[in-house]
Ligand binder design. Structure first.
Ligand code: PLP
Length: 390
């Protein structure tokens, strides 16, 4: 086969592969429990439904401006002002087909071949491959033994003259940890003094527990938005349970935004008009929706933590947000791919190997599904690993 070096160098998305596997097993009637998922089980917000329906009833679903419709951009501007304390204009926003495309637009816009993009482990599975798609070099910073968060100085010492950007996802997929204010402040200072972009992947920023808030990088910036090194990514996939609509966005200075618009224009023209209408509807009246979702996830987090605590040799940093837990199963088996395969084969439970997120010995277990699945799934794992009869 005559494939490009780039295509040959890319890995598959481990999580999407597992989702497919879980749904195939379910379709075959296997009693599989999916703790590998990455989307809430809730129905979409009423506003999203009403706006989609209105557009369908009208019968016109056309191209939109490349960077998104005016009504959605104005909702995004209001949302950003409310949750980040900075008000972007329409020239600072690009609506994309999911947060993933927004990250891709950014990387392709700023990375030259061989430029380095730094991000801490554990990281979202797609970061290394997305950096490679932009012909960049991923530079991974690992936390110290037993930790899930890196220190700002650990990142700083990886900076070189080729560093173009630092990517940070907080609250973090897979660890569920929230990087503290002091860390974000230091990171902003590093990026501004070294003239490096800081891409904040804020896709889980409202899904935080225990009264915590995910700090906004903009709060620590000394620069106005149009001179800022900070690019914030967000979307409706997770917080509004709208993964299938594929709407995300970026907030950045005008120059970066213009470059991202050029990229998107040539790749996908614009995000779906129907999905943009739905996203505007969700943002307009979805405040209560997000809070209900957040509270439900906090309860499920507690269930997951309590169930994992019953395993004799699991170590866990209590998740502070998202819908993932990232538990250290190294005392049972250090090879997470092997362990995950064993759990699927012998217990019919889908988990994601930690190595996919850059940290061996761990498994990511999601708690976005039904509570009974969390109890049953972790119970099966315990039965197998602790050889208990439940
Ligand atoms: C950290 C992180 N960023 C971005 C995304 C992509 O979001 P979207 O579905 O809006 O493309 C995900 C989805 O799993 C994610 O976990």
């Amino acid at each position: 086969m005559n494939l490009s070096r780039l295509a040959l160098s890319l890995g598959q998305s481990a999580t999407l592969k597992l989702n497919e596997l879980a749904s195939n097993l379910k379709a075959e009637g296997k009693p599989v429990i999916h703790l590998g998922g990455g989307e809430p089980e809730e129905k979409i917000p009423g506003g999203a439904f009403a706006e989609s329906k209105k557009m369908l009833d009208g019968g016109f679903v056309r191209y939109t401006p490349v960077s998104g419709t005016r009504p959605l951009k104005s909702e995004i501007a209001a949302y950003t002002e409310q949750y980040y304390g900075v008000k972007p204009g329409p020239k600072n926003i690009v609506v994309a087909s999911g947060a993933k495309q927004a990250i891709y637009n950014f990387l392709v816009s700023v990375v030259d071949p061989g430029d380095e993009v730094i991000f801490p482990a554990p990281y979202w599975v797609s970061y290394p491959e997305m950096v490679k798609l932009a012909y960049g070099t991923p530079v991974i910073v690992r936390p110290r033994e037993g930790e899930l968060l890196v220190k700002a100085e650990d990142i700083e010492c990886h900076l070189t003259s080729r560093t173009k950007a630092i990517l940070l996802n907080s609250p973090n997929n897979p660890s569920g940890q929230v990087y503290p204010e002091e860390f974000i402040r230091e990171l902003v200072e590093i990026c501004e003094s070294r003239n490096v972009y800081l891409l904040m992947d804020d896709i889980y920023n409202r899904l935080v527990f225990d009264g915590l808030k995910a700090p906004s990088a903009f709060n620590f910036s000394k620069k106005p938005l149009n001179e800022s090194n900070i690019v914030s990514i967000n979307g409706v996939s997770k917080t509004f349970s709208m993964t299938g609509y594929r709407i995300g966005w970026s907030v950045a200075n005008e120059a970066v935004t213009q470059a991202m618009i050029k990229v998107q224009a040539q790749v996908s023209s614009c995000p779906s008009a129907l999905s943009q209408a739905a996203a505007a509807g969700a943002l307009r009246d979805g405040g209560g929706f997000v809070e209900t979702l957040r509270q439900g996830l906090e309860k499920k987090r507690d269930v997951m933590v309590a169930e994992l605590a019953k395993l004799k040799k699991v170590k866990l940093h209590r998740p502070q947000g998202t819908f993932y837990s990232f538990a250290d199963f190294g005392a049972y088996e250090k090879d997470s791919t092997k362990l995950s395969a064993l759990l699927l084969e012998k217990a019919m439970v889908v988990t994601v190997p930690g190595i996919e997120f850059g940290l061996e010995g761990h498994l990511r277990l999601s708690y976005c599904g039904a509570e009974q699945d969390i109890v049953e799934g972790v119970g099966r794992i315990r039965k197998l690993l602790d050889q208990e009869v439940l």
